[in-house]
Design a protein around this ligand. Structure first.
Ligand code: MN
Length: 638
């Protein structure tokens, strides 16, 4: 077999018709999923993928990742886009290149394990809508969570890519949990399950180049199916890691087009094409075609997303990731959450506490959803714990993890934390040992009864079953029962230019100050409100639709807590900004001290907020789906 341990130079030839290499490195492009998920909080819109889709189809990628991960969530929640429609639309423009999606095992594209009936229906519909390769992972590397989805992937004739989440407890490969043996055993288990390819998923960019060499070489000797490496750039090692993986004989690598590459995303494809040019691992890609695609993206697409990029740092690498091992998405979530709570100064404390919380929770790999589970719990501990009372506010997801709802953790959970988490847990105080899916009651029929005619087909029903609150809201937008809010609308290039000008004016002092605001006309209903960032300060800017003249509102700091009507009685207060999920109590109900009243979702984790006193619920404020600020009064108890 070629490609083991060396890359041979054959003939340097820049032409796109150059002779094919004997063992080309195959490439999966991630720009349209992990790329914008890593850099722009998954806000990429389908309309911004279309301009390059046909050209990308010509490159010769082994696959393009177009769906899964956080796309399903952000599309229906923030973009007012039907997630299923994206697959069908892109398929019209990309007819040759197989589509790949990231499937979170029994978590599907959500943040908890769904029941078997939902999991089966979801994979069937994804296959039917045009998905070809199911990159399947489980946050705990517990492959019992694959037992429901894999037979459906196989039955529909699709490609099952089995993933191993790459995690470390030590600075380098090794230690008691995540050592070479661990990864080889996992790879064998995946091959036995019928994996068509085995992928090592290095979501935080932790894999050091020489560890990649050791690992990939050993994997190639252990399994007979192709080996695929997914490594994020975050720490800055990924390009070197790629090269050592190539020397070790890796079959497939993940990259992004240059505008979607680097930072917390992935290495760019363009330098790799040149690196391998004329070798026996030459990708065979046309570098000029790639440059054309990049130009198109820079001109037509990137201006709409630049404001979402983290522009506060010069450095494109995050050295800290090597120390605290947090993947990019988790990092930005932590920062945003702390920012919203005016507690950004606590970030160092959060990083300091993170390893302990992770150890308490069984040394889980840090990947969605466990990264959010560990991250949010750490934030809660830092903000709400007292010396004598640790784990004061335990999220529902941590309770689920302790119960065994996510599967088996790599090392045992701290028994004291588990006991505290499961005190009064509705499913029981004793954790389960079987496959999580086995204890989950079917969910589809119940979902169907709840959503009724608003779900016109199985695709709609799945949107609701996966995301009951935001899914229902999306279906109302989709079928015209509710007007989608203006924030959901796409930005145009004109608006981007206008915003840039606004920002410049604010900076130069041309923008009207607060005193001038009263003199300005009322904001028209057609105006769109933007938040503009200038020198780290955020300003609110109203922009009229075409036809009305642009005007700026007074620069004002954003997101102040809403004015509250006075409270007589004891308030249940939002300890953090978030979205109301449900009410455990209604007005008039009696409630005991410590009993949950409202469930608030923050950072995708649900927190049951307890009543501060025993008494009667006098008032419930806000409805499920409402976003609330920190400090908002959610209920009043008398
Ligand atoms: Mn990734």
């Amino acid at each position: 077999m070629s490609g083991h341990g060396q890359v041979k130079l054959t003939e340097i030839n820049y032409s796109k018709d150059r002779p094919k290499a004997e063992n080309p490195v195959k490439i999966e492009d991630l720009s349209l999923r992990d790329g914008h998920q890593s850099l722009f909080a998954t806000r990429g819109r389908t309309e911004d993928m279309i301009p390059v889709a046909e050209l990308m189809d010509e490159v010769g990628f082994w696959a393009v990742e177009t769906w899964g991960g956080a796309t399903f969530d952000t599309m229906h929640r923030f973009l007012n886009e039907d997630p299923w429609e994206r697959i069908r639309t892109l398929k019209k423009y990309m007819k040759k290149t197989p589509f790949s999606m990231l499937l979170r095992g029994q978590n599907l594209v959500g943040y908890r394990n769904y029941a078997d009936d939902v999991a089966e229906a979801f994979v069937e519909r994804a296959a039917e809508n045009g998905m070809d390769i199911f990159r399947t992972f489980d946050a705990l590397n517990d492959y019992r969570n694959f037992e429901t989805v894999v037979p459906v992937i196989k039955r529909t004739g699709k490609h099952f890519q089995g993933c191993i989440c790459y995690s470390l407890t030590e600075p380098r490969l090794g230690g008691e949990v995540y050592n070479l043996r661990y990864y080889l055993d996992k790879a064998k288990a995946l091959e036995e399950m019928g994996a068509d390819t085995v992928c090592v998923k290095d979501m935080a960019g932790l894999m050091a180049p020489y560890d990649a060499y050791t690992l990939i070489k050993a994997l190639k000797e252990t399994v007979s199916v192709p080996v695929h490496l997914h490594s994020h750039f975050t720490s800055g090692m990924a390009q070197m890691t790629h090269l050592k993986a190539i020397e070790a004989g890796v079959d497939i690598l993940d990259t992004c087009l240059a505008p979607y590459a680097f930072r917390t995303s992935h290495p760019a494809i363009e330098p790799l094409v040149m690196t391998l040019l004329g070798t026996n691992r030459d990708t065979g890609f046309d570098i000029e075609l790639l440059a054309r695609i990049d130009d198109l993206l820079e001109e037509q697409v990137m201006p709409k997303y630049r404001h979402l990029l983290d522009q506060h740092r010069m450095s494109v690498i995050d050295i800290n990731v090597l120390l605290h091992q947090t993947p990019g998405g988790m990092l930005s979530n932590l920062v945003n959450q702390l920012k919203e709570m005016d507690a950004l100064d606590k970030i160092d404390e959060v990083f300091k506490k993170l390893p302990k919380v992770r150890k308490d929770l069984g040394q889980v790999p840090l990947v969605t959803p466990t990264s959010q589970i560990v991250g949010t719990q750490t934030v809660n501990n830092v903000l709400f714990d007292t010396e004598e009372n640790e784990y004061k506010m335990i999220t529902d997801q941590v309770k689920g993890l302790c119960y065994g709802l996510y599967g088996k953790t790599p090392s045992p959970i701290n028994p004291e934390v588990r006991k505290k988490a499961l005190k009064g847990y509705p499913r029981g105080e004793e954790p389960i040992t079987e496959r999580p899916g086995a204890v989950l009651e079917p969910e589809l029929e119940k979902a169907k009864a709840e959503i009724g005619d608003l779900a016109k087909d199985m695709d709609d029903l799945l949107i609701y079953a996966l995301y009951p609150v935001t899914g229902k809201r999306f279906l109302k937008w989709k079928y015209g029962e509710e007007e989608p809010p203006p924030e959901c609308r796409a930005k145009t290039l004109d608006q981007c230019r206008m915003e840039e000008e606004m920002a410049k004016k604010v900076l130069s002092g041309e923008m009207p100050g607060a005193a001038a605001e009263a003199a300005l006309p009322e904001k028209s209903p057609g105006a769109r409100r933007f938040s503009v960032s200038v020198d780290g300060e955020r300003y609110t800017v109203d922009v009229e639709e075409v036809g009305g003249g642009p005007r700026a509102a007074a620069p004002a700091p954003e997101a102040k807590p809403a004015a509250e009507s006075p409270v007589s009685g004891h308030a249940v207060v939002a300890p953090m900004p978030g979205m109301i999920v449900s009410h455990e109590k209604q007005a008039g109900d009696s409630v005991a001290e410590g009993e949950p009243v409202v469930v608030l979702e923050a950072m995708k984790m649900q927190n049951a907020l307890p009543s501060p006193v025993s008494g009667t619920v006098k008032e419930i404020r806000f409805n499920p789906g409402d976003n609330v600020k920190k400090g908002a009064v959610l209920a009043v108890i008398e």
